[in-house]
Design a protein around this ligand. Structure first.
Ligand code: SF4
Length: 427
């Protein structure tokens, strides 16, 4: 979402005749678009600002903080004199950036705008994208769920969706520019709702745009997968058979204190339904270990669910308190760092084995992949693409264009990548 928001910011400022330079050292203004989801992101931003000030020495530069962290930590950022931040803009205030920059040059108080809007969707701004094969496109913003560990409802406000017709207009433009794949974005993307239709209607409409061959979406919530959507995903060849289902925890008491609104049993039955109805669907998930009060036995329940579902991929995080969240007010962060580390390492080991097993099961299969990058950073001799399920596939060097489709046979697998031989081009 931040990458997409940066594209919006580029577009808004270009209209005001700002130029974007490729090297930070050449810029008069540097803006850091931030995330407040994880603690490391904060530390990274603080470190980056300090380095920037240090590298610039006496050469003047305006530094602005944008995004979720701006909303969440405005006071703290301005009060930290060592950071010397010149302006701050929250996720709903990017259209005010030209004003904020003008004010920042003046003598008065450092300007900020972190107002949350009930309506802002930037549907009237065309993001200034780099050429590529995948275009991010935000179809809704904000979240109404208030999971107790999460800052998003406070930093990005309530849910609001763009109209289907407005999204389609943008997707048609992307197809005309040569984009082959779109990824629909939203903090809670499958809660998309507009008077013109629901998320399934939107996906169906996007799939009818000529030139767009693959459609992905992120990030969904398990509570919003109606049968209508699952059937569409099964039947529509353009909608990738890749489903991210954030579990977060496998114990019902922890799920309840997280306010996830589903039980372990409901989650398991949804995962089974996905597997039964969408043959070959790739499932991924997010897990938080060490949520306040999580006992060893409760953590064991998460392990049981991980083993039962056998997700293809799992993203795991240690719980860390976010300022302003319900969890930070109600539950002391009482699971020790050592315990969190022990749990995440154990989970990682288990998931690594499952991922390898899942990847090896593809050996011998024929997949269609979209060529993504000219080279695989790990091996200059290999090229890289992604299959329908979003898995990374490497294949030997050859005359294959980025953005083309190839038919490949999977020949080997590691926990991170599938290896393949090319059977045919432009399949
Ligand atoms: S649904 Fe996602 S974005 Fe919304 S509060 Fe929960 S974790 Fe945060």
């Amino acid at each position: 979402m931040n990458e997409y928001d940066s594209e919006l910011v580029r577009s808004i400022l270009r209209k005001e005749n700002y130029e974007f330079v490729s090297k930070e050292q050449d810029a008069d203004i540097v803006m850091l678009n931030t995330c407040a989801i994880r603690e490391k992101a904060h530390q990274k931003v603080y470190g980056r600002v300090h380095n920037l000030r240090h590298d610039r020495g006496d050469k003047p530069v305006l530094i602005g903080i944008l995004g979720c962290m701006a909303t969440n930590l405005r006071q703290e950022i301005f009060e930290d004199r060592s950071l010397k931040i010149d302006f701050i803009a929250g996720p709903d205030s990017y259209k005010r950036l030209p004003d904020l920059i003008r004010e920042a040059v003046g003598e008065g108080e450092k300007p900020y705008d972190v107002t949350l809007s009930e309506f802002e969707t930037y549907s009237d701004v065309t993001p200034s994208r780099k050429d590529g094969i995948n275009a991010w496109i935000a179809v809704m913003r904000g979240c109404n769920n208030f999971c107790t560990f999460c800052v998003v409802p406070y930093t990005r406000g309530r849910e609001r969706s763009r109209s289907i017709s407005n999204v389609i207009e943008e997707v048609e433009g992307l197809a005309a520019q040569g984009f082959k794949q779109v990824t629909l974005l939203g903090q809670n993307v499958n809660s998309y709702r507009h008077e013109e239709g629901d998320f399934a209607d939107l996906m169906d409409a996007v799939s009818r745009v000529k030139g767009i061959e693959r459609i992905r979406f992120t990030s969904p919530h398990p509570k919003d997968f109606p049968d209508k959507f699952i059937a569409l995903m099964r039947d529509n060849p353009k909608i990738c058979k890749q489903m991210h289902m954030p579990l977060q925890a496998g114990n019902n008491r922890i799920l309840d204190v997280m306010n996830r609104t589903y039980t372990k049993e409901e989650f398991l039955s949804l995962a089974q339904k996905m597997r039964d109805r969408i043959p070959g669907v790739i499932l991924s998930t997010d897990i938080i270990v060490g949520f306040p009060t999580e006992t060893d036995d409760e953590f064991e329940d998460t392990i049981k669910v991980i083993k039962e579902v056998e997700f293809d991929v799992a993203f795991m995080f240690k719980y860390s308190e976010r300022k302003g969240t319900i969890a930070s007010k109600k539950f002391p962060d009482d699971v020790t760092e050592a315990k969190k580390t022990e749990r995440i390492m154990r989970l990682n080991e288990i998931q690594k084995e499952i991922t390898l097993k899942k990847n090896k099961a593809h050996i011998g299969e024929v997949h269609t992949i979209l060529v993504e990058n000219p080279t695989n950073p790990r091996s200059l001799r290999d090229k890289v693409g992604r299959n329908d399920g979003g898995k990374l596939v490497t294949f030997p060097e050859g005359d294959y264009e980025v953005g083309s489709f190839l038919k490949v046979r999977i020949t080997d697998a590691t926990p991170h990548v599938l290896k393949a031989e090319v059977l045919a081009t432009n399949s």
